[in-house]
Design a protein around this ligand. Sequence first.
Ligand SMILES: Nc1nc2c(ncn2[C@@H]2O[C@H](COP(=O)(O)OP(=O)(O)OP(=O)(O)O)[C@@H](O)[C@H]2O)c(=O)[nH]1
Ligand SMILES: [Mg+2]
Ligand SMILES: [Zn+2]
Length: 355
Amino acid sequence: MILEDLGWNPERAAAFTSCADRGFVPARVARQDRGGFAVWSIDGLFPAVLAGRLRRRSVDEVNVVAVGDWVAIDQQGGTTTIQEVLPRSSTCVRKSAGAITSAQVIAANVDWLLLVSGLDGDFNPRRIERYLTFAWNSGASPVIVLNKSDLCADVAQRVATVEDIAIGVPVHALSATELACNHALGPYLRRGKTVAMVGSSGVGKSTLINALLGDARQRTCEVRSDDDHGRHTTTRRELFILPTGGVVIDTPGMRELQLWADASSLEATFHDIESLAQACRFGDCSHSHEPGCAVLSALHSGELDAERLTSFRKLQRELRHLEIRQDHRARLEEKARWKAIHKSVRKIGHKRSGR
Ligand SMILES: Nc1nc2c(ncn2[C@@H]2O[C@H](COP(=O)(O)OP(=O)(O)OP(=O)(O)O)[C@@H](O)[C@H]2O)c(=O)[nH]1
Ligand SMILES: [Mg+2]
Ligand SMILES: [Zn+2]
């Protein structure tokens, strides 16, 4: 294998020069789980550990290294150590579950982010809007994959529904279990490109990856029949190299995707509403009661779907709430930083005065 198969390119080579000067070798993070990392280099796949400096940074920034990252490694004494991380071309990040306001990187350096949904009971346009906002925030280009077309009687209608809400985003309906050889994903799976699959558990991400790899590398599992939800079969994020070239990343199904995004990602997802809003009489119109509101008038004329507006408002509230919590966290961190500075200044003062 050569590095270009993994997505290496001249920009990355340029970013790597100082690492090369230090005798390090380029590699790409292939796997991340509780046990640690594995990286691909031109010599193959190796388990890897973080250098102490990166490990210390990881204590509060969990995301120093993620699957898909380009890293600089050294391989002394039989151990592969990740020494540096190259700048990312895209970062797929969500808010981690739980009360702490922190981010979790799902994958890095992704070109195409495949938002996978099932055309069975899983189908949910509102969830697709949420995933689209996640995608626009990442810097990767979204592609919507509606899987399990074999289980759906009105595929064309569902594709039309999704095309309506995902303006300008490619939408493909297919069946991972009956994948044709000239399937629609071919154009994304090119040598040097990286594709990542995200979506709820049980939508068929791993089944699709197995079909693309041409073997049953990833374990898959029946969906529970009572609620259409999967069983969280995939438990780690992992990168695979396709026989046709290109790299594909499998991720565990997300129970509920919580956003870690900014307002511009929301504008990209809902640019129909944003462009209507340009015509509102008041610049700060909340589109709830104001006279001369173009969004409300589109709602009343039927041009804008009420559920879509509700979805927009819900995500907008969620992002505002996130922003407040991020600010709060930033203030706490700033306070802690100053406390540490004062403490070390006092120490110096004590030393000078001989105490
Ligand atoms: N009928 C049908 N079943 C499918 C299709 N794709 C996947 N499945 C089935 O759906 C179930 C779940 O598939 P997985 O590939 O494990 O789903 P996943 O998205 O990887 O789930 P997690 O790893 O839990 O996130 C399996 O029983 C698959 O056989 C499809 O196109 N048609
Ligand atoms: Mg899976
Ligand atoms: Zn308005």
